[in-house]
Ligand binder design. Structure first.
Ligand code: ARG
Length: 458
């Protein structure tokens, strides 16, 4: 088995050591990116006369042929192929002979792998960003549909105040919007071209890295060759992005699981996104939501795992860094399924507005009574206490608040009883929350406009 680096060695590598060393099992996914980067590198080598035009044509034709093989699934790996870079170089040699051996001039797999990775990331970020936007759009559309659906809002998962269901859907939109912005930041940070950093000290040939950067779709060359081959912040940042996004999805998932129970009955999942039980014929299970919730744990583990790999690494490139790819590819693959599934769930579920409305008992409006007393000049803390006592009295008597005798209300404030009906109307409570970011119809409509214009930015 001939290794590309085999010159200084007299004995063969131990087979298990070889297996541990190899990354081809996962970095085959970088084949197209590796070919693209090599095409650009060959052009640079021609500019500085390391390759003559004929050699460039031969290498270009060879690489293009390999691309066709990759695209058609005909590219076959050999046992000596340690990673995708060596595999493609080996194949290029088979196709164009000796000339292929000039391609690696001035380049190292250290700058090559980071270049390939960032090229991959540019595409992956576009795709994942698109899937994220689709989910965000589904949440906006859901909010538009559920504008007039009133529901309890919860804190500590205890009924707190009435809200528009639209407002709740949008609350998830904004969390995802921050994820979207973070992804944009990662895209910006991953826009420095590593190629031309060579192994660590910089390229000894006078190549034009700015031209190379533009040729490969990067804004500029990386400013420091050592940092450039050491840097795995895009990988770590992406794992953080995936973990936080998945945490956001898990919170939505958990709420939807609860809301779909018979106890709540607020929503029903569509058959398309539910499963049955193998023994209990009546059951409709929210497996997809449970798995979305579970995957968040794996995403967090993967982030923690990879940060631990990076921690304390002493030099520019260490082989430890090879472990970035399985972590990142898995995270990307997971998101590529989770996001569209969550989108489908949100789009197809049925909201039971009668159930959400029925859950709005008058205790959710206790804050309204306190605010009314404030409008009559009572300090808020005192008002809060007095209304708390009214609630206590009603609970003790096991009666709805509004059915307590008038005298009980008069003892708190003479104007309270006359205003009771108005104050205990949930719609009025919603409309009072008209500040920016509130749950009134106008505030929510404004929010939808803002959310839609955010989506257009991407
Ligand atoms: N397969 C390696 C990786 O993914 C490529 C870089 C190898 N560099 C080296 N000096 N052995 O990190």
């Amino acid at each position: 088995m001939t290794k590309l680096w085999g010159g200084r060695f007299s004995a063969q590598i131990n087979p298990l050591a070889d297996q541990l060393n190899a990354s081809i099992a996962f970095d085959w996914r970088l084949a197209r990116q590796d070919i693209r980067a090599s095409l650009a590198w060959a052009e640079e080598l021609t500019h500085i006369r390391v390759l003559n035009p004929d050699e460039l044509s031969a290498i270009t034709a060879g690489l293009e042929q390999i691309l066709v093989e990759v695209d058609s699934g005909k590219f076959t790996l050999q046992p000596e192929d340690e990673d995708i870079h060596t595999a493609i170089e080996r194949r290029l040699g088979e196709l164009v002979g000796e000339t292929a051996r000039k391609l690696h001039t001035g380049r190292s797999r250290n700058d090559q792998v980071m270049t390939d990775f960032l090229l991959w990331f540019k595409e992956a970020a576009q795709e994942i960003g698109g899937a994220l936007s689709a989910l965000q759009l589904a949440l906006i559309e859901r909010a538009e549909r559920d504008m007039e659906v009133t529901a309890p809002g919860y804190t500590h998962f205890q009924r707190a105040q009435p809200i528009r269901l639209a407002h709740w859907w949008l609350s998830h939109f904004w969390a995802l919007q921050r994820d979207r912005a973070y992804l944009g930041f990662l895209q910006q940070q991953g826009d420095d071209l590593p190629l031309g950093s060579s192994a660590l000290a910089g390229c000894p040939y006078p190549i034009d890295r700015q031209r190379l950067a533009q040729r490969l779709g990067f804004t500029q060359p990386s400013p420091n060759s050592i940092d450039s081959v050491a840097n795995r912040d895009t990988a770590a940042g992406f794992l953080f992005f995936a973990a936080l996004l998945n945490v956001h999805l898990s919170r939505l998932a958990e709420a939807l699981i609860l809301y779909s129970t018979a106890e709540f009955g607020f929503i029903e999942l569509s058959d398309e996104y539910s499963t049955g039980s193998s023994i209990m014929p009546q059951k409709k299970n929210p497996d997809m939501l449970e798995l979305i919730r579970a995957k968040a744990g794996l995403a967090i583990g993967s982030l923690a795992g990879f940060l631990s790999v990076l921690k304390g690494l002493p030099s520019a490139y260490d082989k430890d860094l090879q472990e970035d790819k399985p972590a990142v590819f898995d995270a990307a693959d997971r998101l590529a399924i989770l996001l569209p599934v969550m989108t489908g769930i949100v789009q197809t579920l049925t909201v039971r507005a009668s159930k959400t409305r029925a859950a709005l008992d008058e205790t959710l409006l206790a804050t309204e009574l306190a605010d009314f007393l404030v409008s009559q000049g009572m300090p808020f803390r005192q008002a809060h206490h007095q209304v708390g006592e009214l609630v206590k009295t009603a609970l003790k008597a096991n009666l709805p608040l509004q059915t307590l005798p008038q005298a009980v209300f008069d003892a708190v404030h003479p104007a309270l009883y006359a205003n009771l009906e108005r104050l205990l109307d949930p719609l009025a409570a919603l409309e009072r929350r008209a500040c920016t970011g509130g749950t009134s119809s106008q505030a929510v409509a404004q929010q939808i406009l803002a959310a839609r214009s955010m989506l257009k930015l991407h």
